[in-house]
Design a binder for this molecule. Structure first.
Ligand code: SAM
Length: 159
């Protein structure tokens, strides 16, 4: 199975996925630093990482992943609808995306603070993919504050 990890960062979840299931993971990250660190951190031939630009070209060329994850990423993306659209096009029909995200946006600003531009990521996800299941995070695992301010959602790619 090929899983796309959108916004893989250092590869925290890619590594766990590979260790638990032996899947292949294609990480995508905006940050050149993260794209540099991740292969060494994950340390597996089942992992590789590309920029969003290269991923877009791969999708245009026919790449279709079996599943995707995106954890603590879409809240930060400048244009989440575009990222979601690219990801949806890169999934095989019926392929699932598991997203974990803040309810509110946290976009980096030149003033170095996080801004909320009012975009509703949940709505953007449901506009492009079929929602399957949604829930909150367990306060025992993430603390009370995050459990209130975040959600997980499972979505399926349309045929
Ligand atoms: C908070 S980290 C989460 C990393 C990882 N998913 C995890 O849970 O450990 C967010 C990551 O998303 C990346 N990112 C932000 N916007 C992105 C975008 N539009 N496309 C791909 N990656 C993006 C950042 O560079 C960063 O590595």
């Amino acid at each position: 199975m090929l899983v796309v990890d959108l916004g893989c960062g250092i590869g925290r979840l890619s590594k766990a996925l590979i260790e638990r299931s032996g899947c292949l993971v294609l990480g995508i990250d905006l940050s050149q630093d993260m794209r540099g660190f991740a292969p060494a951190y994950v340390g597996s031939p089942n992992f590789s990482v590309v920029s969003p630009e290269v991923f877009a070209r791969m999708v245009d060329g026919g790449l279709r992943a079996d599943a995707a994850i995106s954890v603590w990423v879409l809240q930060h993306c400048l244009d989440p609808a575009a990222d979601i659209d690219r990801l949806a096009r890169g999934l095989a029909p019926g392929g699932r995306l598991l997203a974990v995200n803040n309810v509110n946006r946290a976009v980096p600003t030149v003033e170095k603070r996080w801004g909320d531009d009012g975009i509703d990521v949940r709505t953007a996800l449901a506009a492009r993919l079929d929602p399957c299941q949604e829930g909150g995070l367990d306060p025992a695992g993430v603390g009370q504050l995050l459990s209130i301010g975040a959600f997980w959602g499972l979505y399926a790619a349309r045929a």
